[in-house]
Ligand binder design. Structure first.
Ligand SMILES: *Cc1c(COP(=O)(O)O)cnc(C)c1O
Length: 366
């Protein structure tokens, strides 16, 4: 593949800082060592702090993309004896639903129209109906809808539901309080706001989550080798993983999180919020409509108001200006594209994208 330099507003993989990229070019050390274990134990503490995890929480580092963590968390925390609710507001909600089908986990999907916020009225029909769990992508990345954390937390507490949160595109982009959520597990992925290469996913497990895994393992429910989280947790006690991890990404993670910790984990979230609001202010004169009822900091979903395909805009920006935005697929291919605000981006980068869009508009191409 020809390697051009792109300005990248995709929602993952995102632009990575030069110092982090340089670390990825270093020789890879052997990892069954005290030094690597110390780095991994450090990584665990850094992640726990960033996500405001409750006391006694643990982190599993999986080598695999975000979906691997979704699958692993689901099959370790839930069994065919459960009856779960799935907030299905788009591509990623649907993925939880598909995973439940694969593993014969009873589920009811709360299907939301594209762009719609989750409200009390969507949950009300499911109060006290014998459900045991709830699966949610805190930010439905396909449409750019951020769900209400307090609404979900209160509903789950009231109904004694085990809560599994996919925060892959909200971790380090929007404020997440795992303690406040009362989640038994929260998932994150390296290629989104963590701004690392793709390949590592995280599962943060509360004490309740760890106890559930132990219980399910002891009762013979966990039928997987690579995704056996009890095994991963045991290995993690000594800073190791059961299988060869993506060593370089874990070294990059350590560097990046120590940097973020130094400036305070809230700062990256504030910076992302500022970048998003700058873009949303400046896009106003151009022929687009912002389509989410509950915007995140991570991205802005845009629908063209002129008769031009959203996918054509993605291609024009890529081919003429060397700029990536994030196209949608399926039924939304022509109506929606997304502009990310995560990764190593600045207000000047926003301006370059906006100039390109203004240029296309002047030329009547969009
Ligand atoms: C990116 C993303 C995923 C994971 O996708 P992978 O391609 O498997 O990394 C899962 N959930 C959400 C909400 C995401 O944004």
């Amino acid at each position: 593949m020809e390697q051009k330099i792109f300005l990248n507003f995709a929602v993952g993989p995102v632009q990575i800082e030069p110092e982090v990229l340089a670390l990825g070019a270093q020789p890879i050390p052997y990892f069954r060592t005290q030094e690597f274990s110390a780095l991994m134990l450090g990584n665990e503490q850094l992640v726990l702090q960033a996500i405001k995890a409750p006391a006694n929480s643990r982190v599993v580092f999986l080598t695999g993309s975000g979906t691997a963590a979704m699958e692993a968390a689901l099959i370790n925390l839930f069994t065919p004896k459960d009856k779960v609710l799935v907030i299905n507001g788009g591509t990623f909600g649907k993925r939880f639903s598909q995973l439940c089908d694969v593993y014969s986990i009873n589920h009811t999907d709360i299907v939301l129209p594209a762009g719609a916020a989750l409200t009390e009225k969507h949950l009300a029909p499911f109060e006290k109906k014998g459900y045991t769990g709830l699966l949610v992508n805190l930010h439905e990345t396909s449409t750019g809808v951020l769900y209400d954390q307090k609404l979900l937390a209160d509903f789950c507490k009231r109904n004694h539901l085990k809560l599994l949160v996919d925060a892959i595109s909200s971790f380090l982009a929007d404020d997440i309080d795992m303690s406040g959520l009362g989640a038994c597990a929260v998932i994150a992925g390296s290629q989104k706001a963590m701004a690392l290469p793709p390949g590592i996913s995280l599962i943060v497990l509360s004490q309740e989550g760890q106890d559930l895994i132990k219980h399910n393992k002891a009762n013979g429910y966990i039928r997987t080798l690579y995704f056996d989280l009890e095994n991963a947790l045991t290995n993690g006690l000594r800073g190791q993983t059961p299988f060869t991890p993506a060593v370089s990404i874990l070294i990059q993670l350590n560097y990046r999180f120590r940097q973020l910790q130094q400036e305070g984990f809230d700062k990256i979230i504030r910076r992302t919020a500022l970048l998003a609001s700058d873009f949303r202010k400046k896009i106003k004169g151009l022929p687009f409509q912002i389509t989410s009822q509950s915007l995140s900091n991570a991205l802005t979903p845009l629908t063209p108001t002129h008769p031009v395909s959203a996918y054509t805009i993605f291609e024009l920006l890529k081919d003429r200006y060397h700029i990536f935005v994030c196209p949608n697929g399926g039924a939304q291919k022509d109506t929606l594209f997304r502009v990310g605000h995560i990764g190593n981006l600045t207000v000047q980068d926003n301006d370059r994208l906006l100039e390109a869009l203004a240029d296309l508009n002047t030329k009547n191409l969009i």
